[in-house]
Design a protein around this ligand. Structure first.
Ligand code: PLP
Length: 412
Protein backbone atom coordinates (compact mmCIF):
# COMPACT_ATOMS: atom_id res chain seq x y z
CA UNK A 1 0.00 0.00 0.00
CA UNK A 2 1.29 3.46 -0.86
CA UNK A 3 0.79 5.65 2.15
CA UNK A 4 -0.66 9.15 1.82
CA UNK A 5 -0.52 12.15 4.15
CA UNK A 6 -3.56 10.97 6.07
CA UNK A 7 -2.00 7.54 6.78
CA UNK A 8 1.23 9.13 7.98
CA UNK A 9 -0.60 11.66 10.13
CA UNK A 10 -2.58 8.87 11.78
CA UNK A 11 0.62 6.99 12.51
CA UNK A 12 2.29 10.09 13.90
CA UNK A 13 -0.71 10.72 16.11
CA UNK A 14 -0.51 7.17 17.44
CA UNK A 15 3.20 7.00 18.09
CA UNK A 16 4.49 10.48 18.86
CA UNK A 17 4.21 12.50 22.06
CA UNK A 18 1.11 14.68 21.91
CA UNK A 19 2.98 17.92 22.51
CA UNK A 20 2.84 19.25 18.93
CA UNK A 21 -0.68 18.10 17.96
CA UNK A 22 -1.29 16.65 14.50
CA UNK A 23 1.27 17.76 11.92
CA UNK A 24 -0.19 19.97 9.22
CA UNK A 25 1.94 18.49 6.43
CA UNK A 26 3.96 15.34 5.87
CA UNK A 27 6.83 16.64 3.81
CA UNK A 28 8.77 14.69 1.24
CA UNK A 29 11.12 17.49 0.26
CA UNK A 30 11.80 21.13 0.95
CA UNK A 31 14.25 22.51 -1.54
CA UNK A 32 14.96 26.20 -1.55
CA UNK A 33 11.57 27.68 -0.66
CA UNK A 34 9.32 25.06 -2.25
CA UNK A 35 7.98 22.26 -0.06
CA UNK A 36 6.46 19.08 -1.49
CA UNK A 37 4.32 16.75 0.62
CA UNK A 38 3.99 12.97 0.28
CA UNK A 39 0.86 13.49 -1.88
CA UNK A 40 2.97 15.65 -4.25
CA UNK A 41 1.24 18.92 -3.37
CA UNK A 42 3.53 21.93 -3.52
CA UNK A 43 3.81 24.83 -1.10
CA UNK A 44 5.59 28.16 -1.11
CA UNK A 45 7.50 28.27 2.15
CA UNK A 46 7.37 31.73 3.73
CA UNK A 47 8.22 30.41 7.18
CA UNK A 48 11.66 28.83 6.78
CA UNK A 49 10.91 26.41 9.62
CA UNK A 50 10.43 29.47 11.87
CA UNK A 51 13.61 31.35 11.02
CA UNK A 52 15.82 28.26 10.83
CA UNK A 53 16.21 27.40 7.14
CA UNK A 54 18.48 30.33 6.34
CA UNK A 55 19.38 28.98 2.88
CA UNK A 56 16.06 27.20 2.21
CA UNK A 57 15.03 23.69 3.16
CA UNK A 58 17.89 22.02 1.33
CA UNK A 59 20.90 23.71 -0.19
CA UNK A 60 23.39 21.80 -2.33
CA UNK A 61 26.54 23.47 -1.03
CA UNK A 62 25.46 23.06 2.57
CA UNK A 63 24.54 19.41 1.94
CA UNK A 64 27.94 18.81 0.28
CA UNK A 65 29.75 20.43 3.19
CA UNK A 66 27.88 18.27 5.70
CA UNK A 67 28.60 15.12 3.65
CA UNK A 68 32.28 16.03 3.33
CA UNK A 69 32.61 16.66 7.06
CA UNK A 70 30.67 13.49 7.91
CA UNK A 71 33.17 11.43 5.93
CA UNK A 72 36.05 13.17 7.65
CA UNK A 73 35.23 13.59 11.33
CA UNK A 74 31.66 13.78 12.54
CA UNK A 75 32.16 14.00 16.27
CA UNK A 76 34.84 14.12 18.93
CA UNK A 77 34.76 14.26 22.71
CA UNK A 78 35.50 17.53 24.49
CA UNK A 79 39.01 16.25 25.19
CA UNK A 80 39.74 17.20 21.58
CA UNK A 81 38.69 19.83 19.11
CA UNK A 82 38.66 20.27 15.35
CA UNK A 83 39.53 23.13 13.06
CA UNK A 84 35.86 23.82 12.24
CA UNK A 85 35.02 24.45 15.92
CA UNK A 86 37.90 26.89 16.30
CA UNK A 87 37.11 28.64 13.02
CA UNK A 88 33.44 28.97 13.94
CA UNK A 89 34.21 30.51 17.34
CA UNK A 90 36.52 33.04 15.66
CA UNK A 91 33.98 33.79 12.93
CA UNK A 92 31.13 34.31 15.41
CA UNK A 93 33.19 36.74 17.48
CA UNK A 94 34.06 38.59 14.29
CA UNK A 95 30.53 38.92 12.89
CA UNK A 96 29.09 39.77 16.32
CA UNK A 97 31.89 42.33 16.68
CA UNK A 98 32.45 41.46 20.34
CA UNK A 99 35.45 43.00 22.15
CA UNK A 100 38.89 41.36 22.22
CA UNK A 101 39.12 38.38 24.60
CA UNK A 102 35.40 37.62 24.30
CA UNK A 103 34.57 33.90 24.07
CA UNK A 104 32.14 31.44 22.56
CA UNK A 105 30.43 28.30 23.86
CA UNK A 106 28.69 26.04 21.32
CA UNK A 107 25.43 24.23 22.11
CA UNK A 108 22.76 22.24 20.25
CA UNK A 109 19.75 24.55 20.45
CA UNK A 110 18.26 27.85 21.52
CA UNK A 111 17.11 26.67 24.90
CA UNK A 112 20.56 25.25 25.67
CA UNK A 113 22.18 28.54 24.73
CA UNK A 114 19.80 30.35 27.09
CA UNK A 115 20.47 27.73 29.76
CA UNK A 116 24.20 28.45 29.54
CA UNK A 117 23.62 32.23 29.66
CA UNK A 118 21.37 31.74 32.68
CA UNK A 119 24.09 29.74 34.45
CA UNK A 120 26.44 32.68 33.88
CA UNK A 121 23.87 35.01 35.45
CA UNK A 122 23.03 32.61 38.30
CA UNK A 123 26.68 32.21 39.20
CA UNK A 124 27.19 35.96 39.03
CA UNK A 125 24.09 36.38 41.23
CA UNK A 126 25.54 34.00 43.80
CA UNK A 127 29.05 35.40 43.86
CA UNK A 128 27.98 39.06 43.82
CA UNK A 129 25.05 38.51 46.20
CA UNK A 130 22.66 40.13 43.74
CA UNK A 131 19.81 37.62 43.66
CA UNK A 132 17.34 39.16 41.19
CA UNK A 133 17.12 38.27 37.53
CA UNK A 134 14.88 40.26 35.19
CA UNK A 135 13.03 39.07 32.09
CA UNK A 136 10.33 40.75 30.03
CA UNK A 137 6.62 40.09 29.73
CA UNK A 138 5.76 38.14 26.55
CA UNK A 139 9.30 36.80 26.37
CA UNK A 140 10.12 33.38 24.95
CA UNK A 141 13.49 31.89 25.82
CA UNK A 142 12.89 28.14 25.56
CA UNK A 143 11.40 25.08 27.20
CA UNK A 144 14.06 23.54 29.44
CA UNK A 145 13.44 24.38 33.08
CA UNK A 146 15.97 27.19 33.34
CA UNK A 147 14.98 28.85 30.08
CA UNK A 148 11.33 28.25 30.95
CA UNK A 149 11.85 30.28 34.11
CA UNK A 150 12.57 33.24 31.83
CA UNK A 151 9.64 32.50 29.48
CA UNK A 152 6.52 34.49 30.23
CA UNK A 153 3.52 32.45 29.09
CA UNK A 154 1.66 30.90 32.03
CA UNK A 155 0.47 27.98 29.91
CA UNK A 156 4.05 26.90 29.36
CA UNK A 157 5.15 27.53 32.96
CA UNK A 158 2.37 26.52 35.32
CA UNK A 159 2.47 22.72 34.87
CA UNK A 160 6.16 22.71 35.77
CA UNK A 161 6.18 25.05 38.77
CA UNK A 162 8.10 25.81 40.85
CA UNK A 163 10.68 27.17 38.42
CA UNK A 164 13.75 29.23 39.27
CA UNK A 165 12.39 31.58 41.95
CA UNK A 166 14.53 34.69 41.45
CA UNK A 167 13.15 35.67 38.05
CA UNK A 168 10.98 38.76 37.90
CA UNK A 169 9.05 39.87 34.81
CA UNK A 170 8.84 43.53 33.92
CA UNK A 171 6.61 44.99 31.22
CA UNK A 172 8.34 44.75 27.85
CA UNK A 173 8.93 48.13 26.25
CA UNK A 174 7.75 50.11 29.28
CA UNK A 175 10.53 52.48 30.33
CA UNK A 176 8.96 53.22 33.68
CA UNK A 177 8.82 49.60 34.79
CA UNK A 178 12.43 49.20 33.66
CA UNK A 179 13.47 52.19 35.79
CA UNK A 180 11.34 50.95 38.71
CA UNK A 181 12.90 47.49 38.61
CA UNK A 182 16.34 48.96 39.12
CA UNK A 183 15.39 51.60 41.66
CA UNK A 184 12.74 50.00 43.87
CA UNK A 185 12.44 46.75 45.82
CA UNK A 186 9.33 44.58 45.78
CA UNK A 187 9.88 43.68 49.43
CA UNK A 188 12.36 44.25 52.26
CA UNK A 189 14.49 41.24 51.38
CA UNK A 190 14.78 42.14 47.71
CA UNK A 191 18.37 42.61 46.66
CA UNK A 192 19.98 43.99 43.57
CA UNK A 193 19.80 42.77 40.01
CA UNK A 194 22.30 40.32 38.54
CA UNK A 195 21.07 40.30 34.98
CA UNK A 196 18.41 41.18 32.43
CA UNK A 197 17.31 39.00 29.50
CA UNK A 198 15.79 40.72 26.44
CA UNK A 199 14.84 39.90 22.87
CA UNK A 200 15.26 42.89 20.54
CA UNK A 201 12.28 41.57 18.57
CA UNK A 202 9.94 39.35 20.57
CA UNK A 203 9.33 36.73 17.90
CA UNK A 204 7.02 34.28 19.65
CA UNK A 205 5.00 37.14 21.17
CA UNK A 206 4.01 38.25 17.66
CA UNK A 207 7.17 39.80 16.19
CA UNK A 208 7.14 42.86 18.45
CA UNK A 209 10.06 45.26 18.03
CA UNK A 210 11.32 46.84 21.23
CA UNK A 211 12.33 50.45 20.69
CA UNK A 212 15.95 51.54 20.43
CA UNK A 213 15.33 53.90 23.39
CA UNK A 214 14.17 51.02 25.53
CA UNK A 215 17.13 48.80 24.65
CA UNK A 216 19.58 51.66 25.18
CA UNK A 217 18.08 52.50 28.57
CA UNK A 218 18.26 48.81 29.52
CA UNK A 219 21.94 48.89 28.66
CA UNK A 220 22.56 52.08 30.67
CA UNK A 221 20.76 50.77 33.74
CA UNK A 222 22.50 47.40 33.63
CA UNK A 223 25.90 49.11 33.38
CA UNK A 224 25.10 51.55 36.21
CA UNK A 225 23.96 48.67 38.43
CA UNK A 226 26.72 46.20 37.51
CA UNK A 227 24.13 43.83 36.07
CA UNK A 228 24.72 41.70 32.97
CA UNK A 229 22.63 42.25 29.85
CA UNK A 230 21.82 39.12 27.85
CA UNK A 231 20.30 39.62 24.40
CA UNK A 232 18.54 36.50 23.14
CA UNK A 233 19.26 36.42 19.40
CA UNK A 234 18.04 32.86 18.89
CA UNK A 235 15.33 33.99 16.47
CA UNK A 236 16.82 37.27 15.26
CA UNK A 237 20.46 36.28 14.80
CA UNK A 238 22.69 35.26 11.89
CA UNK A 239 21.35 37.69 9.30
CA UNK A 240 17.64 37.28 9.91
CA UNK A 241 16.99 40.99 10.50
CA UNK A 242 19.30 42.23 7.74
CA UNK A 243 22.24 42.64 10.13
CA UNK A 244 24.27 39.78 11.56
CA UNK A 245 22.57 40.35 14.90
CA UNK A 246 19.60 42.56 15.83
CA UNK A 247 21.46 44.29 18.68
CA UNK A 248 23.88 45.75 16.12
CA UNK A 249 21.18 48.19 14.96
CA UNK A 250 20.51 49.49 18.46
CA UNK A 251 23.88 51.05 19.26
CA UNK A 252 24.45 48.89 22.35
CA UNK A 253 26.98 46.21 23.24
CA UNK A 254 25.43 43.34 25.23
CA UNK A 255 27.46 41.30 27.71
CA UNK A 256 26.14 38.02 26.35
CA UNK A 257 24.14 36.95 23.31
CA UNK A 258 22.44 33.62 22.68
CA UNK A 259 22.20 32.21 19.16
CA UNK A 260 20.72 29.10 17.50
CA UNK A 261 17.95 28.54 14.91
CA UNK A 262 19.39 29.85 11.61
CA UNK A 263 23.06 29.43 12.50
CA UNK A 264 23.62 26.19 10.59
CA UNK A 265 20.62 26.56 8.25
CA UNK A 266 18.68 23.65 9.77
CA UNK A 267 21.48 21.60 11.27
CA UNK A 268 21.11 21.67 15.08
CA UNK A 269 23.52 24.07 16.75
CA UNK A 270 23.50 26.99 19.15
CA UNK A 271 26.06 29.42 20.50
CA UNK A 272 26.66 31.72 23.43
CA UNK A 273 28.91 34.70 22.84
CA UNK A 274 30.13 36.47 25.96
CA UNK A 275 32.37 39.46 26.60
CA UNK A 276 35.57 38.84 28.59
CA UNK A 277 34.03 39.55 32.01
CA UNK A 278 30.97 37.36 31.44
CA UNK A 279 32.97 34.58 29.78
CA UNK A 280 35.29 34.38 32.81
CA UNK A 281 32.40 33.55 35.13
CA UNK A 282 32.10 29.86 34.24
CA UNK A 283 35.16 27.98 35.44
CA UNK A 284 36.47 24.65 34.13
CA UNK A 285 33.95 21.91 34.85
CA UNK A 286 31.06 24.26 35.59
CA UNK A 287 29.35 23.70 32.24
CA UNK A 288 29.59 21.25 29.37
CA UNK A 289 27.85 19.37 26.56
CA UNK A 290 28.45 16.18 24.62
CA UNK A 291 27.17 17.18 21.20
CA UNK A 292 27.09 20.99 21.35
CA UNK A 293 28.76 22.46 18.29
CA UNK A 294 30.28 19.19 17.19
CA UNK A 295 32.48 19.22 14.06
CA UNK A 296 29.55 18.44 11.75
CA UNK A 297 27.39 21.25 13.14
CA UNK A 298 30.31 23.68 13.24
CA UNK A 299 31.24 23.10 9.61
CA UNK A 300 27.59 23.50 8.57
CA UNK A 301 27.44 26.83 10.43
CA UNK A 302 30.66 28.02 8.80
CA UNK A 303 29.21 27.21 5.37
CA UNK A 304 25.98 29.08 6.13
CA UNK A 305 27.94 32.18 7.20
CA UNK A 306 30.14 31.91 4.09
CA UNK A 307 27.10 31.75 1.78
CA UNK A 308 25.39 34.67 3.56
CA UNK A 309 28.54 36.76 3.02
CA UNK A 310 29.16 35.65 -0.57
CA UNK A 311 25.56 35.98 -1.78
CA UNK A 312 24.82 39.26 0.03
CA UNK A 313 22.00 37.68 1.97
CA UNK A 314 21.98 40.40 4.64
CA UNK A 315 20.98 42.74 1.85
CA UNK A 316 18.45 40.22 0.63
CA UNK A 317 16.88 40.09 4.10
CA UNK A 318 16.45 43.87 3.90
CA UNK A 319 14.90 43.51 0.43
CA UNK A 320 12.43 40.96 1.81
CA UNK A 321 11.38 43.56 4.38
CA UNK A 322 10.96 46.25 1.72
CA UNK A 323 8.97 43.90 -0.49
CA UNK A 324 6.54 43.02 2.32
CA UNK A 325 6.18 46.63 3.47
CA UNK A 326 5.55 47.85 -0.11
CA UNK A 327 3.07 45.08 -0.72
CA UNK A 328 0.88 46.26 2.16
CA UNK A 329 1.49 49.99 1.89
CA UNK A 330 -1.79 51.86 1.53
CA UNK A 331 -3.88 48.75 2.18
CA UNK A 332 -4.62 49.60 5.81
CA UNK A 333 -3.00 46.35 6.86
CA UNK A 334 -0.14 46.86 9.33
CA UNK A 335 3.16 45.02 9.18
CA UNK A 336 5.93 44.82 11.77
CA UNK A 337 9.32 43.20 12.28
CA UNK A 338 12.62 43.64 10.55
CA UNK A 339 14.43 42.06 7.60
CA UNK A 340 13.15 38.56 6.96
CA UNK A 341 11.30 38.32 10.28
CA UNK A 342 7.94 39.97 9.76
CA UNK A 343 4.34 39.84 10.93
CA UNK A 344 1.29 40.87 8.91
CA UNK A 345 -1.92 41.97 10.58
CA UNK A 346 -5.12 39.93 10.31
CA UNK A 347 -8.52 41.47 10.98
CA UNK A 348 -11.25 39.95 13.16
CA UNK A 349 -8.81 37.65 14.96
CA UNK A 350 -8.88 35.21 12.03
CA UNK A 351 -5.18 34.42 11.73
CA UNK A 352 -5.60 30.70 12.44
CA UNK A 353 -8.22 30.40 9.70
CA UNK A 354 -6.09 32.43 7.29
CA UNK A 355 -3.06 30.20 7.86
CA UNK A 356 -5.15 27.04 7.43
CA UNK A 357 -6.82 28.29 4.27
CA UNK A 358 -3.68 29.55 2.55
CA UNK A 359 -1.98 26.22 3.23
CA UNK A 360 -4.51 24.38 1.07
CA UNK A 361 -3.21 23.83 -2.46
CA UNK A 362 -6.11 24.17 -4.88
CA UNK A 363 -5.26 20.95 -6.69
CA UNK A 364 -7.80 21.36 -9.49
CA UNK A 365 -5.96 24.48 -10.60
CA UNK A 366 -2.56 23.04 -9.66
CA UNK A 367 -2.03 25.97 -7.36
CA UNK A 368 0.45 25.94 -4.52
CA UNK A 369 -0.40 26.40 -0.89
CA UNK A 370 1.61 28.80 1.25
CA UNK A 371 3.30 28.05 4.58
CA UNK A 372 2.94 30.83 7.16
CA UNK A 373 2.51 30.92 10.95
CA UNK A 374 -0.45 32.37 12.89
CA UNK A 375 1.78 33.63 15.68
CA UNK A 376 -1.24 34.91 17.59
CA UNK A 377 -4.91 35.64 16.79
CA UNK A 378 -4.22 38.84 14.92
CA UNK A 379 -0.83 38.42 13.30
CA UNK A 380 0.65 36.08 10.71
CA UNK A 381 4.41 35.57 11.05
CA UNK A 382 6.70 34.99 8.09
CA UNK A 383 10.43 34.18 8.28
CA UNK A 384 11.41 32.96 4.82
CA UNK A 385 14.82 31.71 3.73
CA UNK A 386 17.17 34.66 3.30
CA UNK A 387 17.74 33.59 -0.33
CA UNK A 388 14.06 33.38 -1.32
CA UNK A 389 13.39 34.84 -4.79
CA UNK A 390 11.41 38.04 -4.34
CA UNK A 391 9.00 36.95 -7.12
CA UNK A 392 8.16 33.83 -5.17
CA UNK A 393 7.69 35.87 -1.99
CA UNK A 394 5.33 38.20 -3.87
CA UNK A 395 3.37 35.19 -5.22
CA UNK A 396 3.01 33.90 -1.69
CA UNK A 397 1.77 37.28 -0.44
CA UNK A 398 -0.83 37.48 -3.22
CA UNK A 399 -2.20 34.10 -2.16
CA UNK A 400 -2.14 35.26 1.45
CA UNK A 401 -4.21 38.28 0.45
CA UNK A 402 -6.84 35.99 -1.08
CA UNK A 403 -7.03 34.09 2.20
CA UNK A 404 -7.27 37.37 4.16
CA UNK A 405 -10.17 38.44 1.99
CA UNK A 406 -12.02 35.15 2.26
CA UNK A 407 -11.63 34.79 6.04
CA UNK A 408 -11.96 38.38 7.16
CA UNK A 409 -15.10 39.06 5.08
CA UNK A 410 -16.76 35.81 6.12
CA UNK A 411 -19.85 36.19 8.27
CA UNK A 412 -19.60 34.12 11.38
N1 PLP B 1 14.88 31.99 22.42
C1 PLP B 1 14.12 32.52 21.46
C2 PLP B 1 14.10 34.00 21.27
C3 PLP B 1 13.36 31.69 20.62
O1 PLP B 1 12.60 32.23 19.66
C4 PLP B 1 13.42 30.29 20.82
C5 PLP B 1 12.62 29.38 19.98
O2 PLP B 1 11.69 29.76 19.34
C6 PLP B 1 14.23 29.78 21.84
C7 PLP B 1 14.97 30.66 22.62
C8 PLP B 1 14.34 28.30 22.08
O3 PLP B 1 15.03 27.70 21.04
P1 PLP B 1 14.97 26.13 20.78
O4 PLP B 1 13.59 25.82 20.32
O5 PLP B 1 16.02 25.87 19.75
O6 PLP B 1 15.28 25.47 22.06
Amino acid sequence: MIKNSKNYKDEYTNYYFKVFGEPQLVLKSLRESIAVDVDNNEYIDLLGAIAVNTLGGAHDELADEIAKQAKNVMHTSNFFTTTSQIELAKKLLFIADFPTNSRVFLTNSGTESVECALKIIKKYANTSKKPRILALTNSFHGRTLGALSLTYKEKYRTPFAPLIPDVEFIEAGNLQSLEDAFTTRRCEEDGEIAGLFVEIIQGEAGVINLSKDYIQRARELTIQNNALLVVDEVQTGVGRTGSWFAFQDTGIQPDVITVAKGLAGGFPIGAVIANPQAAEILLPGEHGTTFGGNPLAASAALKVIEVIERDNLLENARKIYTCVVHHYEGTGRRTRGKGALMAIEVKNERSLDVAKLVLQPKSAEKERGVIVNPVNNSWIRIAPALNIELDLLEKGLIKLDEAFKECEDEQY
